[in-house]
Write a protein that binds this ligand. Structure first.
Ligand code: SAM
Ligand code: SF4
Length: 337
């Protein structure tokens, strides 16, 4: 029997997908995401693992079918595997169809087998370059060998891996073919992301990093036959299949593409703010509702419905006048990418 989604927004969109940032911390300092000297939140500001479990469970009771755990780096949060194990009960019951995560890959050697054993089937790993020095430059603190070993561990554990690559002008343009063939040789799909204006990241000039995916796609079509697919996950990704490799290639173009009409998702930050839209500042504070009602779920469920009732129609990032018109003041690592 098909479950009827219970969270419906004012534009008749069913909200079935929750992205949850479990920490603002990370063991990397990617130049487009963080500044080198980040001040992270004090621990008491973060939702505890028990609070995260409770809120996710309540969301699932209201029709959320897919949860993606992100951050910061989700796998550096202490005790995170306890949270995954606990949430896996909803996979077992069938209420949750998918539990997944987005990770920088650094901790996968440690956790991949356990993730697979509790029912995680697919993961996204972010990787912008296959060059050791460039990897060290872009992540500031990361080591490529460790991430590649983590990806191997995930594949050995039977997880499907999708690589997410931020398209950066003058940085990974020359690696397009190598990234595609490297992923194909491991039976991994690949999604390119356009760089977004998020938070204060120090001295980097983000407009200078902007490489439109329309251009990337054109370059790809000089080597491969791109077959459009009508796959739509309700988010900003569009997919093609490469005839030559049978690989799925995604394009996430939040700045240049209007995808809002099919939006099915909301985002929970590590401090319990629920953002109805990645590109808008509107949010509600679920943490205070949670903490005020330790034994009563009804006010929390009411707050969830209240938030969905205010989900905006669309977002308003704007690079069009070559200025950061729609820049968001918060970091992606806080909201969860
Ligand atoms: N640490 C994990 C990771 O790197 O996969 C999860 C969190 S990270 C914020 C999620 C995704 O957001 C990554 O794929 C990262 O490349 C992407 N990201 C971060 N800052 C971005 C930006 N300014 N524009 C576009 N993508 C960004
Ligand atoms: Fe960390 Fe991910 Fe941000 Fe890189 S993109 S600094 S790995 S949170």
């Amino acid at each position: 029997m098909q479950t009827v989604p219970k969270l419906i927004d004012p534009f008749a969109r069913a909200i079935t997908y929750l992205r949850v940032s479990v920490t603002d911390r990370c063991d990397f300092r990617c130049v487009y995401c963080m500044s080198e000297n980040m001040t992270f939140l004090p621990k008491k500001e973060l939702l505890t693992l028990e609070e995260l479990d409770r809120i996710c469970t309540l969301f699932i009771s209201q029709g959320i079918e897919k949860i993606r755990i992100t951050g910061g780096e989700p796998l550096v949060r202490r005790g995170i595997m306890e949270f995954f194990k606990s949430q896996s009960r909803h996979l077992a019951s069938g209420a949750l169809k998918e539990l997944t995560l987005t990770t920088n890959g650094s901790q996968l050697r440690k956790y991949a087998t356990e993730l697979a054993s509790i029912g995680v089937k697919r993961i996204n790993v972010s990787l912008d370059t296959l060059d050791t020095q460039k990897f060290a430059d872009i992540t500031r603190w990361g080591r490529l060998a460790q991430v590649l070993d983590g990806i191997d561990a995930a594949l050995e554990a039977g997880l499907r891996v999708k690589i997410n690559t931020v398209a950066l002008k003058g940085f990974n343009e020359d690696e397009l073919d190598h990234l595609v063939t490297w992923c194909a040789s491991r039976d991994m799909d690949l999604t390119f992301i356009e760089v977004m204006p998020m938070g204060d990241i120090g001295n980097e000039d983000r407009i200078d990093q902007y490489w439109p995916l329309s251009d990337l796609r054109k370059r790809l079509s000089e080597t491969y036959t791109l077959i459009d697919t009508d796959e739509n996950t309700g988010g900003p990704a569009r997919y093609v299949r490469l005839e030559e490799t049978n690989q799925k290639i995604g394009f996430i173009t939040p700045l240049t593409h209007n995808f809002c009409e099919s939006c099915n998702r909301v985002r929970l930050t590590c401090t319990g703010e629920l953002y109805q839209c990645l590109g808008q500042e509107d949010q509600i504070d679920l943490r205070s509702v949670l903490r005020a009602n330790p034994n009563d779920d009804a006010p929390i469920i009411q707050a969830l419905h209240g938030a969905i009732a205010k989900k905006p129609k669309g977002h308003d990032f704007d690079y069009s006048r070559n200025e950061l018109g729609g820049q968001m003041s918060r970091h992606m690592s806080h909201t969860g990418g």
